[in-house]
Design a protein around this ligand. Structure first.
Ligand SMILES: Nc1ncnc2c1ncn2[C@@H]1O[C@H](COP(=O)(O)OP(=O)(O)OP(=O)(O)O)[C@@H](O)[C@H]1O
Ligand SMILES: [Mg+2]
Length: 270
């Protein structure tokens, strides 16, 4: 680990009173010749919700996907700079095994629920089978029940655990996806527009859930719904054309943004 980084981490932790979980410094990223991220510097605090906001194509998803190296699979994707999670520079990870560990630690929930066409139980068993081999079926049943409860969905599905997961509503499916993600106990959960396909009531249920989950996990969420970011985020970062224009406490960003670009975006002038 770079000692410099460790020192910076400690200093900023002291200032804010919250521990830094992810520290990004001088990050640039390209898809072939197209530079998608430009000199990104941000610290994500533990047990908090950080919202990435900004117009389409400004690099929010790209940065999110850097946090568990999902962009590795994209041909011609190139990155420069540092992403340090719990003191480890994740871009220096070479071994496949460590990359698998990184992805266990940094879970992800997408815009569209991505359940498999099988029962709720079978969907929930997939990560358990891969990661918690050797458990007895009663133990697996208990884990599934606990995680469904933690994801605020158990009561709605407890009588249909052996029915197809795809018969649930979009909002219910999204909460099952979250239950599946927390089954392997990640430390960070990345959400890329998790509510954009959902109705307002399902959206509020997910927001409640996120507020609950932040007690245990560090959450980063990309959202186009500014009201949502305002309701749930502790911190926010406004992206524009690959740069972070402004970041800080979400109250400051939404009520008193300093930069003209942020002001215009918040006021819907884009
Ligand atoms: N797989 C890819 N291959 C090539 N270019 C990409 C790829 N994904 C994103 N880009 C480009 O990188 C830039 C940033 O895209 P990104 O998806 O990070 O934006 P975003 O802020 O998430 O946008 P949106 O709000 O529309 O989801 C854009 O110019 C986009 O076209
Ligand atoms: Mg995106």
């Amino acid at each position: 680990m770079n000692t410099n980084n460790a020192l910076q981490l400690n200093n900023s932790d002291l200032e804010s009173g919250m521990r830094t979980k992810i520290k990004v410094s001088g990050l640039n990223a390209w898809y072939a010749d197209n530079q998608a991220l430009k000199d990104i510097n941000i610290e994500i605090k533990e047990n908090s919700i950080t919202a990435f906001i900004g117009p389409s194509g400004c690099g929010k998803t790209t940065l999110l996907r850097c946090f568990n190296r999902m962009n590795d699979i994209i041909k011609d994707f190139k990155i420069e700079g540092n992403i340090v999670i719990d003191g480890e520079d994740i871009n220096s990870i070479k071994m496949q095994k460590n990359l698998i560990d990184l992805r266990k630690k940094v879970g992800m929930v997408f815009q569209q629920p991505n359940l498999f066409p099988m029962s709720i139980n079978q969907n929930m068993r997939l990560p358990i089978k891969e990661n918690l081999n050797g458990l007895r079926s009663k133990e697996i049943k208990d884990i599934i029940e606990k995680k469904l409860k933690d994801a605020h969905i158990y009561d709605e599905v407890k009588d249909r655990l052996n029915k197809s997961a795809l018969r649930l509503s979009g909002g219910q499916q999204q909460r099952i996806c979250i239950a599946r993600t927390i089954t392997i106990e990640p430390e960070i959960i990345l959400f890329d527009e998790p509510c954009s396909a959902l109705d307002p009531i399902s959206t509020l249920k997910i927001e409640d859930l996120l507020l609950d989950l932040k007690n245990k996990y560090t959450i980063v969420i990309v959202t186009h719904n500014l009201e949502q970011a305002r309701r749930i985020a502790d911190y926010a970062a406004f992206f524009y054309e690959g740069r972070i224009i402004e970041q800080g406490n979400s109250e400051d960003i939404f009520i008193n943004p300093k930069e003209l670009l942020t002001q215009n975006y918040i006021r819907g002038k884009f």
